[in-house]
Write a protein that binds this ligand. Structure first.
Ligand code: RUB
Length: 311
């Protein structure tokens, strides 16, 4: 099988045409489902073989994306667990597994927005970094509810995802100020809340998000500004339970300086780790939880994330 749809999605993800953990997971899952619906698999072995091929391509597109990996493993796990005998039964199963997942995504996001929007208070200023659809969702709903607040956001070097957030905020009528990433400490005393998204949550309750997030958390800690993370527990990486580190994607040096002097070494990690000690709370589908209780929350809500871990 050519895996055309999967390859095309992986390319768009790699190029950042699709950006943010949630959009990446949705795009990867939809591509896999389309590919499987077009395929003529007749038995479990050939189905699992095709999924393995798709996983190989999609997982490499962006390394630090457990949400995408969990979504694909859910489909794989369902195919291995459910009874199906014909190609058309297989196609129906794929369809219902993807519908289940989409419902889980939606339920989780709705709850995060409901909980998170209560943390945005009248007269307050919220600092954010990068572009997170969870954070944008919270801020948009707070605005719709009539809360009068402002947003301060970083431009987010090197590829300026802050501009995406800025446009969304302005379209929603939120007063918005952009700062350079290195101005975070200067502005931390002028804001009431720091709110970011996440790409990954580890078993220790640490979170991984756009490079610079951990600096923001440190500055928030020093200024005693509450630092919250809005994230689906679906971003939990089960491999961290076994001691594995979450891989941090390293992107092209060209993003920093195209045609830089050849002898210059450029490093461009896309994400960094924020220790749980700096996180006031994770705004999740299980409510506002402490990073310390992450394992219980995942076990309660998504036992399959722990069961479906198959590489
Ligand atoms: C995006 C980023 C976002 C998280 C959460 O990085 O760090 O904060 O992915 O996003 P990039 P969401 O632009 O490199 O993908 O809340 O949409 O899942």
């Amino acid at each position: 099988m050519s895996m055309e749809r999967v390859r095309e999605a992986a390319d768009r993800i790699k190029r950042l045409e699709v950006q943010g953990a949630t959009n990446v997971a949705l795009t990867a899952m939809k591509a896999l489902v389309e590919q499987m619906k077009a395929s003529q698999v007749r038995d479990i072995d050939s189905a699992l073989h095709e999924i393995a091929e798709a996983k190989e391509i999609l997982f490499k597109s962006r390394e630090t994306e457990p949400f995408m990996r969990n979504a694909i493993r859910y489909i794989e796990w369902g195919i291995a667990r459910e009874r199906w005998e014909t190609t058309s039964q297989f196609h129906r199963l794929i369809h219902s597994l993807s519908e289940d997942l989409l419902n889980k995504f939606k339920e989780a996001r709705d709850r995060i927005i409901e909980v998170g929007s209560k943390r945005v208070l009248d007269g307050s200023r919220v600092l954010t970094h990068c572009h997170s659809s969870a954070v944008s969702g919270i801020l948009k709903v707070a605005k719709e509810k009539g809360v009068d607040f402002e947003v301060v956001l970083t431009e987010t070097r090197p590829v300026y995802q802050g501009r995406i957030t800025a446009r969304e905020m302005l379209e929603s009528g939120v007063r918005t100020t952009m700062i350079v990433d290195s101005a975070v400490r200067s502005f931390m005393t002028k804001v009431d809340l720091a709110l970011v998204g996440a790409d990954a949550i580890t078993s220790e309750g640490n979170i991984i998000n756009k490079i610079g997030t951990s600096l923001l958390a440190l500055a928030a800690h020093e200024a005693r500004t509450p630092f919250y993370v809005a994230s689906e527990l679906l971003k939990f990486d089960p491999q961290t339970i076994h001691g594995d580190y979450e891989a941090i994607e390293e992107r092209s040096p060209e993003e920093l300086w195209p045609q830089a002097p050849q002898e210059l070494e450029i490093r461009n990690p896309a994400f960094d780790v924020t220790r749980r000690d700096y996180i006031h709370g994770i705004i999740s589908e299980e409510g506002l939880i402490s990073p310390h209780s992450i394992m219980e929350a995942v076990r309660r809500r998504y036992p399959w994330i722990l069961e479906a871990l198959g590489g």
